[in-house]
Design a protein around this ligand. Structure first.
Ligand code: ADP
Ligand code: MG
Length: 471
């Protein structure tokens, strides 16, 4: 069994759905289970409508709702076989009726509680999964829709809910395994779930990757495949570094570190369930089906040429400096780490010693919470408008030469601070926000594009260092 997760960029319309069907048809022997995100930009549009309604602009909210309805009807009708048009129409009517009712209530109440934001946002995945399940048989793939709200059981932390693993695992196995047994592909919406009482929740931004990992771990899948619009995990965000290259393998720890350091793929929550269950994750390009992508798994044998694997950055970080109070003493470090644990992955330790610490926070909306948590350790000062660039590799711990090389390269660009990540496989540079693009470009060039210095490690002329694959 494999889990195939398709992001919004892979199911952007009927053409995307047909491509997805082709990918699945070629993998039926591996018994795929599908986790799918909302189509294209649907989640953002749903939330825009909810916000408009809560701001009192019901007309705009309903207009947005009608646009989404027309989009899903048009793409859905183009994707499903003619015989499935009546169930498609019924599915659309059910969701959009509920959505309209919700928007009217939000306009009346004049506020948007996290609970209602989740209820609205969830329609994107409900619709995409229903449409995909109806479309697949037309392309020769037997399929069945599974309502994620019945199988993904979560706590009640709206907009960032966490699964109740045992119950979710039981429900997933009971609902999905019989379908797989009889040769059908179960299609589940990612990102969404519901509490034990059936109140709809979401797992937070990019939560569909997380859903895929939860499903893969519960079913003991052979692989969790995350199909997206890039060739895999790249050496940097391609929007910042157009020449970024595919990384062929990453350990779970490296991938987690990258995710927490600002790389969008995959969602940091994804790594926990996958690594605990020992299920590897592969990041693949749905526009280039034959390519191998990036494999994330248990750490392999150390490579002959230790190298930085990838670079990630977090713009808009707030820098928090904590000076240990006189009473802090030996508990200081523990107090800082408690705060980090509580605000993971928004709060990152840059530097920590006996009497002070520097941390970065990338969520303005959690600044008060972070300050309060850190105040247990000492006096907290805050600076805004910083960015943290992280260079990630587990080789950093085992190879002093690599660490020295990376620290030296980083120091060349005169960041405010360069540190070997506290208890993390990373070297981090703190820079002013406006310097981030140039620092990223320069570091990428230095660490991924220039030939290694003749440091006596590995045979010369091997091309790019480490396992960054050729473009
Ligand atoms: P999906 O719709 O499949 O979930 P996303 O847009 O959420 O896709 O995530 C894929 C995008 O993540 C890529 O198009 C790329 O722009 C961005 N990205 C940022 N950092 C990286 C990285 N290090 N490697 C690959 N992609 C990255
Ligand atoms: Mg995404």
């Amino acid at each position: 069994m494999i889990v195939c997760k398709f992001g919004g960029s892979s199911v952007d319309g009927a053409a995307g759905i047909e491509r997805v069907a082709g990918i699945l048809r070629a993998r039926l022997a591996a018994r795929p289970v599908v986790v799918v995100s909302a189509m294209a930009k649907t989640t953002r549009r749903l939330l825009d409508s909810a916000e408009a309604a809560a701001a009192g602009n019901l007309a705009a909210a309903l207009a947005g709702c009608e646009e989404l309805c027309a989009f899903h009807r048009r793409e859905g009708e183009a994707a499903v076989p003619t015989a499935s048009r009546p169930p498609l129409a019924a599915a659309l009517e059910r969701s959009f009726d509920e959505l309209r009712t919700l928007l009217v209530r939000l306009a009346r109440e004049h506020r948007l509680e996290p609970r209602d934001a989740d209820a609205v946002a969830a329609f994107g995945e409900v619709l995409a999964s229903e449409i995909l399940a109806l479309a697949l048989p037309g392309f020769g793939v037997a399929a069945a829709w599974i309502d994620a709200r019945r199988v993904m059981v979560t706590d009640g932390a709206f907009t960032r809910a966490l699964p109740l693993y045992e119950e979710t695992g039981n429900r997933l196995r009971a609902a999905l395994l019989p379908l797989v047994e009889r040769g059908a592909v179960p299609v589940v919406g990612g990102y969404i779930g519901a509490t034990r009482d059936g109140v709809v929740t979401t797992l937070g931004k990019e939560g569909s990757d997380f859903s895929a990992a939860i499903v893969g771990a519960a079913l003991g899948a052979a692989e969790i495949q995350i199909w997206t619009d890039v060739d895999g995990i790249l050496t940097a965000d391609p929007r910042l570094v157009p020449g970024a290259r595919r990384v062929s393998t990453l350990s779970f720890a490296e991938s987690l570190e990258l995710a927490c350091s600002g790389a969008k793929k995959p969602h940091p929550g994804t790594l926990g369930p996958a690594s605990k269950a020992g299920v590897p994750i592969r990041i693949l390009n749905s526009l280039d089906e034959g390519a191998v992508g990036t494999l994330i798994g248990r750490r392999g044998a150390p490579t002959a040429a230790p190298a930085v694997k990838s670079l990630a950055c977090r713009p808009n970080d707030h820098l928090l400096h904590v000076a240990a109070g006189p009473a802090a003493g030996e508990r200081f470090a523990a107090q800082i780490m408690e705060a980090v644990e509580r605000l993971r992955p928004a709060l990152l330790v840059l530097r920590l010693d006996g009497d002070s610490a520097d941390l970065a926070l990338d969520r303005a909306d959690r600044l008060a919470e972070a300050r309060e948590a850190l105040a247990a350790g000492g006096e907290v000062g805050v600076l805004h408008g910083r960015a943290v660039v992280s260079l990630v590799s587990e080789d950093l711990a085992g190879d002093n030469g690599l660490a020295a090389r990376v620290l030296a390269a980083a120091a060349e660009y005169q960041p405010r601070l360069v540190v070997a990540g506290a208890a993390a496989p990373a070297v981090r540079c703190l820079v002013e926000l406006e310097d981030m693009p140039s620092a990223v470009a320069a570091l990428h060039r230095r660490l991924f594009d220039e030939p290694e210095e003749p440091a006596g490690e590995g045979p010369p002329g091997e091309g790019p260092p480490g396992n960054a694959a050729a473009p």
